[in-house]
Write a protein that binds this ligand. Structure first.
Ligand code: PLP
Length: 381
């Protein structure tokens, strides 16, 4: 199988597997004072440092969570507790959109959802207007979209938000480990990530909280006061260790991998455009992540195209939620029709993708499109 679904989950990196197994093989609660406990705590410290190095932040600014969903929930709940509006966008992952709806449920006019244009780029004008009109507690904008890879230019957002006293959160789940990130330069207050998107294990992630950010203390889980009181519960030492190893490996290859992967993605898109004249690449005019290609094959159901290429693991637009067959809200927000949204396949590449993978996937996709077309034509006759 050619695996092109890195945005759903990336294969576990060998370094992460090794580190996770080593941690699983040893006993010790990171809160215990005895030697095995100290060893577990040391593993966590090393991983925290690796992640801090990848983000260029301080290890003390990281709270380990079960993933980006939890990190987003934590960020939005605490951020909204500052008082004021919550501002987000129509193209966010459901882990942000549904959390934003839940926390503002009792005061729905305190949620502003910004539109995106046909390229998936956020329109900042309504944000600026909102910041002038009413107090805003938190602005939450994703750094890279999971379906299209479209990037958000956050520096101007941070500037206008901070001038108005709002905090800025970013869901950077698809960005971390794929493009360089420098949290000393990018002035966000909160940032969410998940290890399994950059080659770490599933079920572990983190929330970065900038030191000194005026954030009310609103943990989702209370109990033993772990993670400086922000996330109670025995630390997932093995998961954290794997996350750290993946962060280290991703950081080492960041400089050259992004270009290599972008070239592979471009080759895939060129092959598809050459053979399937009416296909469209979503978000292609905007700056994008290197490894994502969202392709609409007009008139052809994405699930049929995917089924016709069983040796390629890609996904339809809505794969990030739990299999619910609804059209992608991201593509709808970009102005696509429901039919086009249902005819969109997402290919996502990553560190282990090869040229050969792309050649095979391109051939398989072109064959699949022709097959589905002929089946549909035969059905109409
Ligand atoms: N945010 C974005 C942009 C994502 O792509 C994902 C993963 O699907 C998540 C959040 C949720 O991550 P997790 O399921 O690991 O909590």
């Amino acid at each position: 199988v050619v695996y092109l679904d890195y945005n759903a989950t990336a294969p576990l990196r060998p370094e992460a597997l090794e580190a996770t197994l080593a941690a699983l093989h040893s006993v010790g609660n990171a809160s215990s004072m005895h030697h095995p406990g100290r060893e577990a705590a040391a593993r966590v410290d090393v991983a925290r440092r690796h992640l801090a190095d990848l983000l260029n932040c301080s290890p003390g600014e990281i709270i380990f969570t079960s993933g980006a969903t939890e990190a987003n929930n934590l960020a939005l709940r605490a951020g909204y507790a500052r008082g004021g509006m919550l501002v987000t966008t129509a193209a966010e992952h459901l882990a942000v959109i549904e959390t934003a709806r839940a926390v503002t449920a009792e005061q729905q006019d305190s949620l502003l959802v910004l539109p995106v244009d046909k390229d998936g780029v956020v329109d900042l004008e309504p944000l600026v207007t909102a910041l002038r009109a009413r107090p805003v507690a938190l602005v939450s904008l994703m750094l890279a979209n999971n379906e299209t890879g479209v990037l958000t230019d956050l520096a101007p957002v941070c500037k206008v938000a901070h001038e108005a006293g709002a905090l800025v959160h970013t869901d950077a789940t698809q960005y971390v480990g794929r493009l360089p990130l420098d949290l000393r330069a990018l002035d966000v207050d909160l940032l969410s990530l998940s290890a399994h998107k950059f080659g770490g294990p599933q079920g572990i992630g983190a929330l970065f909280v900038r030191r000194g950010a005026p954030l009310p203390h609103r943990p989702l889980l209370v109990g033993g006061g772990h993670e400086r009181g922000w996330r109670a519960g025995t630390l997932n030492v093995a998961g954290i260790t794997g996350l750290g190893a993946a962060a280290r490996a991703a950081r080492q290859e960041l400089a050259h991998e992004a270009n290599r992967i972008a070239a592979l993605r471009d080759a895939l898109e060129e092959a598809l455009i050459a053979e399937v004249a009416d296909c469209r690449i979503n978000g292609a005019r905007a700056p994008r992540l290197p490894g994502v290609s969202s392709v609409t094959f007009p008139g052809l159901p994405a699930d049929a195209v995917l089924a016709a290429m069983p040796h390629v693991a890609a996904s339809d637009g809505s794969a990030c939620s739990s299999g619910a067959p609804s059209p992608s809200h991201v593509l709808l927000a970009m102005g696509h029709s429901r039919d086009d949204a249902d005819s969109t396949v997402r290919f996502s590449l990553g560190y282990a993708t090869t040229e050969r993978d792309i050649e095979r996937a391109a051939t398989a996709a072109v064959d699949a499109v022709q097959h589905v077309r002929s089946v549909m034509a035969a059905t109409v006759e």
